[in-house]
Design a protein around this ligand. Sequence first.
Ligand SMILES: *[C@@H]1O[C@H](CO)[C@@H](O)[C@H](O)[C@H]1NC(C)=O
Ligand SMILES: *[C@@H]1O[C@H](CO)[C@@H](O)[C@H](O)[C@H]1NC(C)=O
Length: 930
Amino acid sequence: MGQSMSIFFVIFLLINCVFSWKKDEFRNCNQTPFCKRARSRKPGACSLFATDISVREGDLVAKLIQSEKGVENSENQEHPITSKPLVLTLSIYQDAVLRLKIDEDRSLGPRKKRFEVPDVILPEFLEKRLWLQRVKEEESHDGSGTLSIFYLSDGYEGVIRHDPFEVFVRESGKNGKKVLSLNSNGLFDFEQLKDKKEENEDWEERFRSHTDTRPYGPQSISFDVSFYEADFVYGIPEHATSLALKPTRGPGVEDSEPYRLFNLDVFEYLHDSPFGLYGTIPLMISHGNSRGSSGFFWLTAAEMQIDVLGPGWNDEFSSVLRLPSDQKRIDTFWMTEAGVVDAFFFVGPGPKDVVRQYTGVTGTPALPQLFAIAYHQCRWNYRDEEDVYNVDSKFDEHDIPYDVLWLDIEHTDGKRYFTWDRALFPNPDEMQTKLAAKGRHMVTIVDPHIKRDDSYYIHKEASQKGYYVKDATGKDFDGWCWSGSSSYLDMLNPEIRSWWSGKFSFDNYIGSTPSLHIWNDMNEPSVFNGPEVSMPRDALHYGDVEHRELHNAYGYYFHMATSDGLVKRMEGKERPFVLSRAFFPGSQRYGAVWTGDNTAEWEHLRVSVPMILTLSLTGISFSGADVGGFFGNPDTELLVRWYQLGAYYPFFRGHAHHDTKRREPWLFGERNMELMREAIHVRYMLLPYFYTLFREANTSGIPVARPLWMEYPSDVNTFSNDEAFMVGDALLVQGIYTERAKHVPVYLPGDQSWFDMKTGAAYKGGATHKLEALEDSIPAFQRAGTIIPRKDRFRRSTTQMENDPYTLVIALNSSKAAVGELYVDNGKSFEFQQGAYIHRRFKFWNGKLTSSNLAPLGSGHNKFASECIVERIILLGLSPQPKTALIEPANQKVDIEWGPLLLRGGKSSSVLTIRKPNVRIADDWTIKIS
Ligand SMILES: *[C@@H]1O[C@H](CO)[C@@H](O)[C@H](O)[C@H]1NC(C)=O
Ligand SMILES: *[C@@H]1O[C@H](CO)[C@@H](O)[C@H](O)[C@H]1NC(C)=O
């Protein structure tokens, strides 16, 4: 006993050491002055009141002034309270969006304008502003004083309580229930910029060996936000943690860090941690059974820390706070180092409404090229051309489709991006052309650190033109990264972005061809010798913006400029593909993101799902995790399970660290290769469905991968389920996250049946099924009432599937009905925006399957033609057994076959197959079954 205890203790110490040294590289809240200060504030501490309320040019404008009580109390406070008034502006937009801005009063002359992030909010959104006309005053029912109330939309109104100030949205009408509020707990605080007068700790702070100067003093902002009728809150990527966010403060929560939003290159990140990773989206979404969803988005690019406050966290202050007791709510606390308040309230009420409202502000996702949603093969590094040809031909030899082969940093000449190591890659254009002949693409990496080498043309031009980010003393910032001593382009400046995007032209990027696309890594930015592996906060950008104000958006601008570069080089004829590690609101418009450097462990496989779903909820539909895990060697079973799950990620790429063993699918024996091939086949088969979903995301913002509660918002069993997810509204996928699993429990929501994708067997909805865990697939089900379009013939790549016929899989519900859609275009160009696409609606009803047009008629339509036909229709859930199938109106008979689809695990299922109806996908038609 004693011995085992001490062994346990030694192991415990070892584990602690391994993890803690990495943790020490990064600040926690206590080591972050603004976070520490904000977190120590007490509810009710804010004594600002709203005054001079008026309507100006369609906005509500007010001043926030410190009450006398607040000024008296301020002597006890840690930092002097601001006595200069703040300016508050409320604007309303279509689709019930309320926008709140709070900034310093510039007429009182702070010498510097606080940073507001440009280029994120869509110009189209600004055009949706409504003219706020009338504000009525009212005494509140609960004795909390005077309210100013204005119309927000049919059903909702915006309210500002005067003293202490509070902003909220509530349902309209008498005793309208609150939906979202700000400063109900009185935690609002706004540190105004100062001129340096005396020496004290305001002007710098230290972390490890780094000193961060603060030329304007502390400038943080913090406040509380409450979500009413919420059971859970979600969002605010990027963290490797559960989908439903756990409380970080309150009774029973011990010593938790807030959720940190600070883009960082974290070496070997841990699963289940509120620690901030590579990207940031300050959008939180709530969901609850009684009302539905709401959302809150704060547009700032400075470091942010967010507490989710557990029930009872403010009990001891309940007498000072006047919070409605008849409504349940989740309180949260938002803290940021700099910027302004530019916040958006989204009323929902459905989860899809919140996503639509949010992507109405920041944009819907770009539509990727078709190849980009197929399988990608990556490794750090495919060594040389021979290696590339070899891997490429092995995929063919083993009949495994893939679309893209990737080259990591070692393909360059000394990490000088846009160059090639000519010893290893003597003929890069020829290499790309050979792969392109099989319809395949390549991707090379281009990172933001530029090697400080005078013989490198990018560096030479950038330093001559003064295009680098400056350090606090005004010299080019010089940091250490893959390329050694490096500088970083100041991507905030539109002129520099435009210069950068020109570097992707075929004349400039020697050895690149149209089939080459790009990958942006390290764009947090990662600086190996910088504070927290990033850039000092006092570095300076275009327009004297401090890095602390811009940090979380740096990678976004880099991604944007790269994506624009790929559009420009093709003169707008092709959609770009750019993968980025760092992200920010709006990144969805520029390409895909992945969840960074994960590890080959089962827990990382598991956490990939909540990470992807969180990105989906916050507008970034096109995301995935490295299949197999980046660090470490996955055992074969884990690798196979990862392929089986990864095949349903919106972005599907295998990737591995340099020090890991090779792991291409054929290296694990015949059987395991078959399993991985089968997983990849599933993805290729479902590409028509995926592409249709990508287009849906492009038009509506609704993501490809969805939490179950997005489709089943009133089923409480789904609210914290993050092991299963929906692909569109028709497919439910459940991962297998343990070794040698014998059984896997799957919760199937709703009152309709679900059909096993492989066997066609039907399972009841609204129940948890304990399924046998099979080696050859993870559980995936088609919902009754849906139609999924597929292409079942296997080719080398998507390009070669272009003219292949379709299979339609119809899963009938209890009313013997089903609907589905298919979207097709040329998979490449922007012509779909002028109507060059086919969009069909399939409907099975009353024994008839009809295909009808969903695309608007008129100019542009019919510009895209397809001769593709439907070669097979599979019907699940049909009874009694029909005898004939006729294509109307000619009454042409087609073959039908009744029988088991597949036998598996002793189960068989009866399905009807209509063979070779050979109707064209582009046409209207009806097939009658009787
Ligand atoms: C859809 O995707 C295209 C191409 O990426 C993009 O230009 C467009 O803005 C996106 N949104 C809509 C609504 O078309
Ligand atoms: C069956 O599906 C059809 C098409 O989606 C739908 O209109 C109908 O309401 C569904 N029936 C039931 C009982 O859910």
